[in-house]
Every structure is written in structure tokens, then in C-alpha cells.
Design a binder for this molecule. Sequence first.
Ligand SMILES: [Zn+2]
Length: 487
Amino acid sequence: MSRILALVLTAVLMNGCASSSPERNTIDEAAAALGGADRILSLTALQIAGSGAAPNAGQNRMPDDELPVWKVSEYTRDIDLANGRTRVRQVREAQFLFAGATVQRVAQGLDDAAYNIAADGTMSRAGDAVAKERRVELLHHPLTAVRAALDSAATLANARTEGAEQLVDLRTAGGDTVTLAVDASTHLPARVISRAGNPNMGDVAIVTTFSDYEDVDGVKLPRRLTTMMDKYLQFDLYVSSNRLGGDVAALSAPAAVKSAPVPPQPPVVVTAEPVATGIWWLAGSGNHRSVVFEFADHLVLYEVPVNEARSQAVIDKARSLSAKPLTKAIVSHHHFDHSGGLRVAVAEGLTIITHRANEAFFKDLLARAHTIVPDALQRNRRPATFEWVDDQMTLKDAAMEVQLYHLLDNPREGTNVFAYVPRERMLVQADLYDASWQQHLWGENVLANLARRKLAIDRSVPVHGVIEPFDQMVKTITATSPPVASR
Ligand SMILES: [Zn+2]
């Protein structure tokens, strides 16, 4: 009897304590505005269908231009609310010049583990970091966020008012953290904010804003969800249908997928193939290669691509090729997959050679904080030194001459700088051409640029693809470029 009384008293005290906190108040008001805590907690499933847009950060023509956009013509998200399972399917159509398949189908799921679904239905497990990312992403919805906040195992903290919003920090029972912002007058959830470490941008806020609420069976649900990653639009979803309930059995992943070992990160392999006296092509894993030029008393690298791991391995490999110091890195253009090694190159003391139009963008990338996932420059802050390319630049001493040229009037890449080695009649380039591309939509512009510079070229040594004779490159570009009139 006394034990039961103690439990009841404890429950009353905890409840009393909790309901008096400003955090609890904000969540309770949000739950009431959405349709009531009991109603929300009794829901089993939510199905969202719609369409929208998914821009590609770090892939614009100029660093400040509009981002290229995937039009998401079909979007469905099914959520098993009780078990935290979800599945998302998208059909995406490229609205920009793109060398690959311009229609992509993406299907992804989350159960105890994250998994991806191939076009033929095959499911493969993704890593734990992906699972965490998808759990947090799932909280970027009013219903999932408020349900998680109502969970007695969740922690609420730091209630505050900012402008017309009341904010509460939420730590879920599973340890994921987001901030929920509630409209101070309607009490409807206005935004969910999470923080993430982006390889290029460093510490970023990912913010989903909810608007255009509708009533579905007594529950308020947003018809528009707009997600920003830092200053970039990441996803803009227009919901055509919010449906509560439905069969969620299909959302559980097969046991074999959930228990599959977490796939290891593929190792970074950097090979060094000599392609001429004092020139090495650094290939290996992936499809972003670099080139090392040996000058009389130093080495210069063309391209520090992808990310810190790749570029650190490339820098280490370059240094193993010669006793001469590696002092400079040419960054072909500002796209994130080509500038992913910018910060580690600066941390390693390399002078950055790149087009002048990248100045503000690169200086910002270098200044940003990377505290969530600390990188080499975060651990070893040092000032950057730059050499800016305008129309052209020649790097020349007794041992080597490399000419750099700005790729003019390119419809996709406004800051691209390619290299030419006159002694070898060699073109070194990124994104001008890749033998494996299905189409070379800017191929004519590339050939016009090379003709304009009056370069006698025998070989293309690329960042993407394989080394090829120049006449083969011209043949492939000609065969895979659409006629001008059709563009
Ligand atoms: Zn590229």
C-alpha cells in the first residue's frame, strides 16, 4: 500500500513539476494546437504525398548564382509513428545541364537501421551515421517532433522566446537533438531546427519551416515544408495529400537487412601514374583524380577534390613522389566535389591557385567553424594564401611550364580553370570532358575554348575518367553533344 502511494505521489510530483515548466507548457500548447496530446499519441501512421524542388548546394555556375535544381515530380513519405519507421520515394528530374541520368528514382528507408532501395527493389543497409541523419530528418515534421517531445523519456530544456516564436530544445529518448519553434500566437509548430556538420560548410543549421496548415481528421498538418541548410534551400515540399492511418506493416525492413553488417567506408586509394617527365596522374578509388607537376624546386597539385580524406591522401601521395616540397594546389572550380580539399590544403600550408571569382566564396568556406565534425583546418587554423587566375596564368621555371586558362562562357561552370602543358601538348582538365558521361551538354563550349586558346593538344589527362588521345576526346564530345538548336 505504501509502495503504491509512493508511486502515485512520485507520479503526481513529476507530473506537477513537468507541467509547470515553461518547456512543458510550450509543448502542451503545441500538442493542443495540433489536435490534442491524446489524439496525437493515438495516431499510428502518416502518409505524405506531394512534389517540390531539391536544389544542389555547391553546384551553381558562379558561387553566388541560383543553385541548379532537381524538380521532385513525385514525393511520398510513409511514417510508422509508433515505431519510428519511415520510407521515402522520390522521382527527381534535373532542371539543369547534367551529364548523367536526368531522371532519378530515389527510395530510402529507416527502421532500426537505415537502408536504401534499388530500382529492382533490392534493399541494402546504410551506415549508422546515415541512420542518425534520417532519424533527425524524421523529426523535421510537427507531428513527429511534438510526439517525440511528449515522450516521457525525452528531455526538454532551454525554453525561450525569439521574436514571435517560443523555442524548446528537445533531446529524444534515443539521444537525437532538435529545437522546436512554436508560433507564439497560434501555438502551431513553426519550425524544427537541427545542427549538422557539413563536409564543405562545417557547422550548419538545418531548418524546416512549416506552413499552410490544413485540418485532417481533427489534426493540423502542414501542406508546405521548406528546409534550408544554412543559407541554401535544401528541399521545398508542397504536400498534395496528408493521410492519417493506413498499413504500416510494410515499413519494417527485412530482418536480413537490419542485421546486415554496417558497410565499411570504402578505403581511400591513391595511385600515382607517371604520365610524362615530372607529371603524375593520381587516380585510385573514386572518380576524382589529381595531377602533380614537378617544377625545379617545388611541386604543384592540380585538384584537391571530394573531401578531407581524399585530399589528405592525395597530398600525402604527392609528397611521396619527390623530395621537393609541395607548395601549391590549383582548385579547378568552386563546386563542392572539386573544392572539398580546400581546407585541408590550407591546413597543410599550400597556396591556393584558383579563379578570382572564387575569392569571397572560398574565404568564407575557410573561415567557417567545423566544431561538430572537426577537420584539419579547425584543428590547425592557419591563414590562407592565394594566387588568383583571371583570364590566364603561366607557372614556369627551368623544369616545367603549366599554363592555366579560364574556361570562358561555359553554361555550367563559370569559374573553371583548366591547364595546358606545352612541352607535352597535354590538357589537364576537370569537368570539360569525361569519356564515361552519357552526354556532353557543354562539349561545344569546351571545344570552342580550346580552339580560342590555340592549343596544340595530343592528350587529355582528366580529373574525371581516363587519359585519352585528344582526337578521341573530340570524337566522343561530337558524338554525345546535342545539336545546338535542340538546347
Ligand atoms: Zn566534376
